[in-house]
Design a protein around this ligand. Sequence first.
Ligand code: NAP
Length: 520
Amino acid sequence: MMELKSYVGGKWVAGTGKHAALVNPATEEEIARASTEGVDMKAALSFARDVGGKSLRAMTFRQRGEMLRAMSKAIHAKRDELIGLAVQNGGNTRSDGKFDIDGAWGTLAAYADLAAELPDGHVLPDGDGVQLGRSPRLWGDHVFLPRVGAAVHVNAFNFPAWGLAEKAATALLAGMPVVSKPATSTGLVAHRIVELLVESGAMPEGALSFLCAGAGDLLDHVGGQDVLAFTGGSSTGQLLRAGKGVIAHSVRVNVEADSLNAAVLGPDVEVGSDVWNLFLADVARDVQQKTGQKCTAIRRVYAPKDRVAEVVDALKERLSAIKVGDPSHADVTMGPVATAQQKRDVLAGIDKLASAGKVVFGTGADVTPIGGQKGKGFFVSPTLLVCEAPSAADAIHNHEVFGPVATVMPYDGTGARAAELVSWGGGGLVSSVYSDDKEFLAQAVLGLAPFHGRVTIGSSKIAAQAVPPGTVMPQLIHGGPGRAGGGEELGGRRGLAFYMQRVALQGDRAIVEALAGRRA
Ligand code: NAP
């Protein structure tokens, strides 16, 4: 049995006591075990701050960019092996595994590229300076400097590779050392990535620490220069925000949580047009990809009232082409959900949604998996519901079913009503609107925008090259208000701000500008 260790204090450390089991969700076979019991969390944080932080702050942005490039290459070199682990431990098809792993090295590479545009120094100027006195001699300016603490990253089970890398890329480029914790159940991929990164020698000692199982009392030891970035369920997010150390030291917290992402079909979209096909492809992909376990997956689908039947028929046709089974078989296009608990939650969630709508496609847990054994593995059928009379109070607008499930609902065809319905989700990561009608788009997109971190617009001129709403781009921000956690990650240079202290400098312009790195 493979035993997964934690990487703290510059060495691999085995946990003691009761270990958590990591299983293959297609077969339920145990493949590894992990524990962090006995790991000294306080010492792990101190080592990151004192050793890793010091080295990172001595590096310029450009040097940190070179480090990220080397990290990206180390992951890319073992892409195939990592995809295999994602199939084994995540229930991922190879295509799902690529989505996660390519996202990991791709985001590191994107931040390495960004570094080349930053100053070859240690201070990041922010905006323009401003005259404060009677003469331009008295000057004010803003700069960012890395926080002198550790960045604690707690990640969700669905993207063990990307989750680790996207957070680490921004923190390390900003100059903060990382203490990263994957979700235990799917930690195998993250564990192998950290092994590869340590072996590569890409990072200075202490720049990346790794806790492979529970966080123990880690959050009791965070201080005022540390930050906490969390991805996972809302209730866990609330618990971490309320942590003793977090509250006592006003620790900066970023939460990426649940999201009831929506897709809105405009009334102008003709059946069979490029935009129609784009809309259907986006919805069907989000049911199937990662077995619907994507924070950005479309959960709610709004179509003009007179189009609902056509949308449902077209989606049923696409969902019936999904081949559910053991993802190690080449012809399988959708694997199981990640854990037994996930399966229970998804099935209970479908029942909840069905209290407000009707299941029109799907057989729940009654699945005969390709290449698998009926009754074994955490398989759930792709599922489509229809809700004829949506209301703000129903489960469809309040409960995230983190699995291969979407619900179609009618609206009156106006952009204003579409935006209102989407806003009932209480704040989301991303929603998409499909139309070529400028007036409709203005009402729908700008109406739902305040409730989201990102809105994608599917129109005919970009249909052939559109990036799916479920794909998080490192250049654009990822996060959303309300239910989605109120956080913001990535967004190119914007992502660095979370890990840095913005400070105003005021004084003699020559001195201020020299300190800000604006003049030699
Ligand atoms: P989860 O149960 O909330 O767990 C998330 C992480 O928190 C795991 O690493 C978990 O560790 C850790 N954790 C749990 N309790 C903790 C505690 N008391 N102290 C410290 N850490 C603790 O969520 P999940 O089931 O992994 O992920 C599914 C959820 O994440 C969904 O709701 C989904 O919407 C959300 N999600 C959001 C985004 C986004 O970007 N907004 C992305 C992906 C997923 P253990 O595994 O060791 O318990």
